[in-house]
Write a protein that binds this ligand. Structure first.
Ligand SMILES: Cc1cc2nc3c(=O)[nH]c(=O)nc-3n(C[C@H](O)[C@H](O)[C@H](O)COP(=O)(O)O)c2cc1C
Length: 308
């Protein structure tokens, strides 16, 4: 007879009750159906959808991605179908899957964020993640996430329009992370996710006619290269907020998950690693369970010496 393990990996993010803390990150897992061939999506804590805007967006022209050492620079530019087609075509599929999902929203104005929040409220969507941090679109997102007054007003207005679990996704490209994090909590967010991609540039040089000619690609850096930035950001904001933090940035191995949990993340998101290891999210759920069993623990709180 096999040994019975009473492992509890569950975490609460606002009103969301997740069976485990492994979530797939926005823009790296589509709307889940694209990954069903590789992953039993119902084994995951939750999935976050690709960023959705009020109107459809074509995104940026090619090239949109560039491999760099230990990472990826992307300038997709939030290509998506827009909220209404999403509701018609994708929402019913997500709902039929019996998984927790979080809708990632992005606006190019405060009004657009509020409108998106109202639509999500009307459709009884359980959780939204406000992207206030996308470095590769011309208007919106990152700029909202950097200015404290705008950020506070924006989140407060979205909070008023939406009663579900409100997660605010932050950039590390700010001078005062603790000030921003405190404002996010004060404005009524139920959780913070951090970090989005980091503003970056790749340069290719060609020697031509006795001169160097350069081509560049500017966008957001993701993958293992940003893990130390993410860990530092989370450990800085953890002491100043009580709400859950969802950590991300380069997570690829179980050791990475443990490091994020140890600096104060309550859950984690897996992004770029989905491209290189499509089965990774499910493997990390299994890996976390195995760690608890190996260490004779029954839940995550017993593993980390933390108050939040
Ligand atoms: C190709 C690509 C598309 C992304 N699209 C979005 C998006 O639409 N909205 C968003 O909030 N973050 C988006 N992100 C950021 C990721 O969700 C995540 O915050 C970031 O990549 C850091 O995690 P990672 O290093 O594990 O990838 C995208 C990242 C990549 C690589």
């Amino acid at each position: 007879m096999g040994v019975k393990h009473n492992i509890d990996l569950s975490v609460n993010i606002g009103k969301l009750k997740l069976k485990n803390p492994i979530i797939t990150a926005s823009g790296t897992f589509g709307y889940a159906d694209e990954f069903e061939e590789y992953v039993n999506v119902s084994s995951l804590g939750a999935i976050v959808t690709k960023g959705i805007t009020l109107h459809p967006r074509k995104g940026n022209p090619q090239p949109r991605v560039q491999d760099v050492n230990n990472g990826l620079i992307n300038r997709i530019g939030l290509e998506n179908m827009g909220i209404y087609p999403f509701i018609e075509q994708k929402l019913p599929i997500l709902r039929a899957k019996n998984i927790s999902f979080i809708i990632n929203i992005a606006g190019s104005s405060e009004e657009e964020y509020v409108q998106l929040a109202k639509i999500c409220q009307n459709k009884s969507i359980e959780a939204i993640e406000m992207n206030l941090s996308c470095p590769n679109v011309k208007h919106g997102c990152l700029e909202f996430g950097k200015d404290p007054d705008t950020l506070y007003r924006l989140i407060s207005n979205v909070r008023e329009a939406y009663q579900g679990t409100l997660i605010v996704k932050l950039t590390s490209n700010v001078s005062y992370p603790t000030q921003i994090a405190k404002l996010v909590q004060k404005a009524g967010a139920n959780a913070i996710s951090a970090i989005n991609t980091v503003k970056a540039m790749h340069v290719s040089l060609n020697y031509n006619n006795s001169k160097f000619e350069k081509t560049t690609i500017q966008g957001g850096l993701s993958g293992p290269a940003i893990k130390p930035i993410a860990l530092s950001f989370i450990s800085e904001i953890r002491p100043v907020v009580d709400i859950p933090i969802i950590g991300m940035g380069g997570i690829t191995y179980i050791q990475d998950v443990l490091e994020f949990l140890s600096v104060g993340a309550n859950a984690v998101q897996i992004g770029t690693a989905n491209f290189t290891h499509p089965t990774i999210s499910e493997q990390l759920v299994d890996g976390l369970g195995e760690i608890l069993i190996k260490n004779n623990k029954t839940n995550l709180k017993e593993c980390f010496n933390r108050r939040k």
